[in-house]
Design a binder for this molecule. Structure first.
Ligand code: URA
Length: 322
C-alpha cells in the first residue's frame, strides 16, 4: 500500500509557510482597503522586499504588487470629506440615501444629484478661516472698485461686488447690476432683489447668510445684456470670489449667469432644472431670473421646484410653499 499523499502545504518549510501567510495577509489587507476602510496602513513594500530577499525564489503567487498597494483612488466628484463647519454655518448634512453622484453631466432636478459630504471645495483646499475669507474678499473688492478693464467702467456710478456672507453655503449669481444696484453699490436691491429675498426666506435662509453676486460688476447702460467681452473681462473676478467663498451650491439666475459660470449657451427654459458643475466641482442649479418672474409669475412654480432641488442637494428641509 502506498503512503497517502501529504497536502502540499504540509510540505512547506517555515520560510515558505511564512511567505504564504504574508501573501494571504497582504491580499486581505488590500481587500479591506478596497472596501473603503480607513486608518489601515498599506502593506509595507519594505517588508515584502525583505521577505523576498531572504527567500530562495520568487514571492508566492498572490503576493500584492507594489502598484496594487498604492493608496486607493481619490473619491468620486462630490464626495470630498466633510469640511469643517464655518462659523455660523449649519452642520454638514449627509446625502439623501440612494441619490446618484454628481457627474460632469446634468442630472434632472427631479432626480437630484447628491453628495456624501455637502461642499465640493475648490482644489481640496482646507476650509478657509472666516477672517481670512473676509479679508481676501475685501482685498478683491478693492481691486474690482478700481477696475478699468472694459467700457462699463466709464458709465458706472460704482462697482457692485456682492452682498451676504455665504455662511449658509448657498450662493446666487445674477447677470449684472441695474439702476438701483448701480446707485446703492449692492446687488439685487431693486424689485428683482426683493423677490430674490423672498425666495431666500422661503428656502429657510436669512438674507445675510446667502452670498449674492453677479457675472459683471458694473451696470451695462440701459440695462442691456453684458457683451461677451465685458463678461470675459469680469468673470475672473467671479472665479476669485467663488474660490474664497467656497459655496456648497450655486444658483445661476438666468441665461447670462449660466453662460458666465459654465459657458453654456441656450435658452434658460431648456437649461433650468438641470444640475451642472462649476469648474467640475461645485453643483450649479440654473433657474429663471427673478426679473423674469416679475414679468411671468406663472414661472414661479418651476423656480420653486429648482430651489427645492437645491435644498435637497444641501441636505436641508424642503418647506412647502404657502
Ligand atoms: N439683476 C441682476 O442680475 N443683478 C442684480 O444685481 C440686479 C438685477
Amino acid at each position: 500500500m502506498s503512503e497517502p499523499q501529504s497536502p502540499p502545504d504540509e510540505t512547506l518549510d517555515p520560510l515558505s509557510e511564512l511567505l504564504e501567510l504574508s501573501a494571504a495577509l497582504g491580499a486581505h489587507l488590500e481587500a479591506v482597503q478596497r472596501s473603503g476602510a480607513v486608518g489601515l496602513p498599506p502593506a509595507s513594500a519594505e517588508a515584502w522586499q525583505a521577505l523576498e530577499r531572504s527567500s530562495r525564489g520568487a514571492p508566492p503567487a498572490g503576493a500584492p504588487s507594489a502598484a496594487s498597494r498604492e493608496p486607493q483612488a481619490a473619491p468620486r466628484v462630490g464626495t470630498r470629506p466633510a469640511a469643517a463647519p464655518r462659523a455660523g454655518a449649519p452642520p454638514a448634512a449627509a446625502a439623501p440615501p440612494g441619490a446618484p453622484a454628481l457627474s460632469g453631466a446634468t442630472p434632472r432636478a427631479t432626480a437630484p444629484p447628491a453628495v456624501a459630504a455637502p461642499a465640493p471645495a475648490p482644489s481640496g483646499s482646507p476650509e478657509q478661516a472666516p477672517r481670512a475669507r473676509a479679508e481676501g474678499l475685501a482685498v478683491l473688492a478693492d481691486r474690482v472698485r478700481d477696475c478699468q478693464k472694459c467700457g462699463l467702467a466709464r458709465t458706472r456710478t460704482q462697482t457692485v461686488f456682492a452682498r451676504g456672507t455665504g455662511t449658509s453655503g448657498l450662493c446666487f449669481v445674477g447677470e449684472g447690476p441695474g439702476a438701483d444696484e448701480d446707485a446703492q453699490g449692492f446687488p439685487f436691491v431693486g424689485k428683482a432683489g426683493q423677490l430674490l429675498d423672498r425666495m431666500i426666506e422661503a428656502m429657510g435662509f436669512s438674507r445675510d447668510e446667502v452670498y449674492v453676486c453677479n457675472i459683471v460688476k458694473c451696470r451695462p447702460p440701459d440695462n442691456r445684456k453684458p457683451e461677451p467681452e465685458e463678461m470675459s473681462q469680469c468673470v475672473p473676478y467671479l472665479a476669485e470670489q467663488l474660490a474664497l467663498v467656497e459655496p456648497q451650491v450655486i444658483v445661476a439666475l438666468g441665461a447670462t449667469a449660466v453662460q458666465g459660470l459654465l459657458g453654456a449657451t441656450g435658452g434658460i427654459t431648456r437649461l433650468r432644472g438641470n444640475w451642472r458643475l462649476y469648474q467640475g466641482k461645485i453643483p450649479v442649479m440654473p433657474t429663471f431670473h427673478p426679473a423674469y418672474l416679475l414679468r411671468t409669475p406663472s414661472a414661479k412654480r418651476e423656480v420653486w421646484d429648482d430651489l427645492q432641488a437645491v435644498l435637497r442637494q444641501m441636505g436641508r428641509p424642503t418647506p412647502t410653499r404657502s
